[in-house]
Write a protein that binds this ligand. Structure first.
Ligand SMILES: *[C@@H]1O[C@H](CO)[C@@H](O)[C@H](O)[C@H]1NC(C)=O
Ligand SMILES: *[C@@H]1O[C@H](CO)[C@@H](O)[C@H](O)[C@H]1NC(C)=O
Ligand SMILES: *[C@@H]1O[C@H](CO)[C@@H](O)[C@H](O)[C@H]1NC(C)=O
Ligand SMILES: *[C@@H]1O[C@H](CO)[C@@H](O)[C@H](O)[C@H]1NC(C)=O
Ligand SMILES: *[C@@H]1O[C@H](CO)[C@@H](O)[C@H](O)[C@H]1NC(C)=O
Length: 227
């Protein structure tokens, strides 16, 4: 099991796994162009400002709030010219559990934009309100990049390492920022209030049809693959 192989790595840093002071701040992967806060998502009108490169960014306050910004592109193995782009934003409250895991519970005002030029519905925005569970995390000092946050998904797969951008978190206000009608179970919990920007509705679209690296456990108990 992948998770078991990670345990020695985590045991090396037992105090950091509980250290909320160390976690507080804004973290960003790669070239750090994706950053939480007003430069990424504008919830009032459900829009995004596209960064120059893909990546992910997590922010945490010392008093239990988080925000996530993600921009991912996935190429289609069968049709390489078909590239799906996903912009995803959410925020809410997090809990550090004593066994080293993190649970992030969203406020319900998150949203994402999915663009796929090859799909019938090629560009749309939908609500995103998945509770996310990370069984393991640790922070280490990279000799070049400095403090580095490593989050692991439910199956032990590591997310891209994120480097500390600012110890003072760069975040939107830590409260619901737009009104959302809770989705019905019948709608699958994902497509209610979806806005089709171009094209028409396509039943092929669901979170589980996207391949990628981030698996989350939704509030409805449905495991869905997003990014
Ligand atoms: C927690 O992290 C802060 C900031 O990195 C550090 O100053 C402090 O010594 C750490 N505390 C423990 C118990 O590791
Ligand atoms: C959304 O709001 C932001 C911030 O007020 C503004 O800069 C942007 O132009 C708006 N976008 C759309 C599509 O209305
Ligand atoms: C790749 O594109 C084709 C044609 O649009 C589509 O049928 C197929 O489901 C896509 N595959 C993936 C993994 O997205
Ligand atoms: C940590 O504890 C939570 C709550 O009891 C549990 O759901 C989760 O599976 C545990 N995670 C690990 C890695 O043991
Ligand atoms: C979002 O998810 C949370 C946690 O599962 C739930 O309490 C809340 O009702 C959901 N909100 C919406 C608008 O779906």
């Amino acid at each position: 099991m992948i998770l078991a192989s990670l345990i020695p790595l985590v045991l090396a840093l037992p105090s950091l796994a509980q250290n909320v002071t160390a976690l507080t701040g804004t973290w960003s992967s790669g070239s750090q162009n994706v950053v939480t806060g007003p430069g990424f998502a504008q919830p009032a009108n459900e829009s995004f400002t596209y960064p120059p490169t893909t990546g992910l960014s997590y922010s945490f306050t010392s008093d239990g709030y988080y925000e996530i910004a993600r921009y991912r592109m996935t190429s289609n193995g069968t049709v390489p010219s078909c590239i799906t782009g996903v912009m995803n934003w959410c925020h809410g409250t997090y809990d550090l559990l004593s066994n080293g895991s993190i649970i992030m519970t969203p406020f319900g005002d998150g949203y994402q934009q999915i663009q796929d030029p090859c799909a019938a519905q090629s560009n749309f925005i939908e609500n995103y309100n998945d509770t996310e569970y990370y069984p393991l995390w640790n922070i280490y000092q990279d000799t070049v990049k400095g403090y580095t946050l490593q989050l692991y998904q439910y199956d032990g797969t590591p997310l891209a390492p994120q480097y500390l951008l600012t110890a003072s978190p760069n975040m939107l206000p830590t409260q619901p920022l737009r009104n959302v009608t809770p989705p019905s179970i019948a709608a699958g919990g994902t497509t209610q209030n979806a806005i089709a920007l171009t094209g028409r509705a396509d039943p092929r679209w669901s979170l589980s049809s996207l391949s990628g690296v981030l698996t989350v456990v939704s509030g409805l108990g449905i495991a869905s693959v997003l990014l």
